[in-house]
Ligand binder design. Sequence first.
Ligand SMILES: *[C@@H]1O[C@H](CO)[C@@H](O)[C@H](O)[C@H]1NC(C)=O
Ligand SMILES: *[C@@H]1O[C@H](CO)[C@@H](O)[C@H](O)[C@H]1NC(C)=O
Ligand SMILES: *[C@@H]1O[C@H](CO)[C@@H](O)[C@H](O)[C@H]1NC(C)=O
Ligand SMILES: *[C@@H]1O[C@H](CO)[C@@H](O)[C@H](O)[C@H]1NC(C)=O
Ligand SMILES: *[C@@H]1O[C@H](CO)[C@@H](O)[C@H](O)[C@H]1NC(C)=O
Length: 433
Amino acid sequence: MLKLLQSLAGLVLLTFSREASAFLRFPCSQLVTERFDPLVTPGEVSPHLHQIVGGNAFNLTMDPANDLGDLSTCTTCRFVEDKSNYWTAVMYFKHSNGSYLRVPQMPNHNSGPGLQDGGMTIYYFQPTYEGDNVTFVSFPKGFRMRVGSPMRRTEDDIDPNDATTLHALTFRCFNGTDGGSGGATTGFGPEDSFEFPNRTCSGGIRSNIYFPQCWDGINLDSEDHMNHVSHPIGNFFDAPCPASHPIHVPFIFMEIVWDTRPFNEPPFWPADGSQPFVLSNGDPTGFGQHADYMFGWEGDSLHRAMDSCDNFDGIPTKCTALTVQDTDSMNRCKKGVQVIEVTEKQYIEKLPGCNPVQSGPDYATDIHNCDAPSTTVAEQVPTTSPELVVPPWPVCNPSPVSTFAAPFCDSIPQTTSASGTQPTIAPAIITTI
Ligand SMILES: *[C@@H]1O[C@H](CO)[C@@H](O)[C@H](O)[C@H]1NC(C)=O
Ligand SMILES: *[C@@H]1O[C@H](CO)[C@@H](O)[C@H](O)[C@H]1NC(C)=O
Ligand SMILES: *[C@@H]1O[C@H](CO)[C@@H](O)[C@H](O)[C@H]1NC(C)=O
Ligand SMILES: *[C@@H]1O[C@H](CO)[C@@H](O)[C@H](O)[C@H]1NC(C)=O
Ligand SMILES: *[C@@H]1O[C@H](CO)[C@@H](O)[C@H](O)[C@H]1NC(C)=O
């Protein structure tokens, strides 16, 4: 049942001075990949596989009354105060013989220094819209939300004038080391598409996901995990919120880079001209991309950062209201799996949760009579970490001259774990077809 925690929300709202226009951009490594979704299917094994980043209090069930900042003992994110959890579906390559292999992930442009193992890049913006009566608040404890629908397989039922819904979840097709977009807002560039790119992308594919930034000011969650929030009207930046959701909250954006480079040779591509990638929710179109967020910053740390970290380039070490950790420490924070099944690093015959590939355009349907594991084990089972992939672009700035959003390579001292994984160039996992 939906809980309306109006009084709680009212107590913890923090308002901001309008002069600040904060911007944070930081990497989070993989915490775990497993069929957990404490937002949509609390207490049950999720129908499909997710990659999760953030604090290690992530669990099958997460009560909104939990203080994730207190419960987590580590986080995979650059800022140690960020014990939130963020998760998305993962991408698989579908072999012509019907087997699936998880597509590895690689570090984003300027996500270092250091190579994160899997995960994503997270952005927080303080919305800058300056209209009348604009109220901007940080997230209250227990706040959570989702964007996108795992069942969607078309854009045809979205109003063509609804620019924010149409561009909230996109894929960028990277041409080599080029960051792409040519100055367009991410999601609107020539290399960005709502569906999977239908051509090979020599530098890999990046998911670009904008979360809603307008809130009803009352509900920490809603039945579909979306109705209590909304995108702004017309654009993602400098745009008004609708009257139904008048409160501006920190604007979260995430990027996930999929290393599709090993799958670019023509023999890996279906003869019918379709593309070979599917999301773990059985989606070969890409329209079913989705992401989830559970707020979990320690104390008032996000509020402090939004109030003071208005350096225009988002570089983590410039946000002195927060504490950074090095990439090895991020990579060492792990949760073990509790659903015992093979999901990655080898070909599997079915997608985890036995999701059939459903290409639409109708909404996908749930699967029954699935023989996949539906129970968890009590103790976490450690798994091997993702490989450290060296991306085709730099992850930090080696020059002494400051560059937008590019942390200096010596800006965070590295500690190297004794058992540290050594980087590989590109995973040489594909040898035969
Ligand atoms: C996860 O939830 C279980 C059951 O409620 C609890 O026993 C366990 O301590 C929790 N784990 C973490 C890391 O919070
Ligand atoms: C498909 O090919 C891959 C790579 O050669 C192999 O590992 C897998 O077992 C094959 N699957 C089937 C069903 O033959
Ligand atoms: C702003 O708030 C004031 C006072 O409540 C109200 O009179 C005014 O109409 C509001 N302006 C807008 C644009 O909503
Ligand atoms: C990709 O980049 C190369 C080298 O910069 C350029 O020649 C080519 O036109 C680009 N291809 C596309 C499709 O943009
Ligand atoms: C798919 O291919 C068509 C025809 O070549 C092209 O117009 C369209 O933009 C492509 N879509 C994506 C997402 O790449």
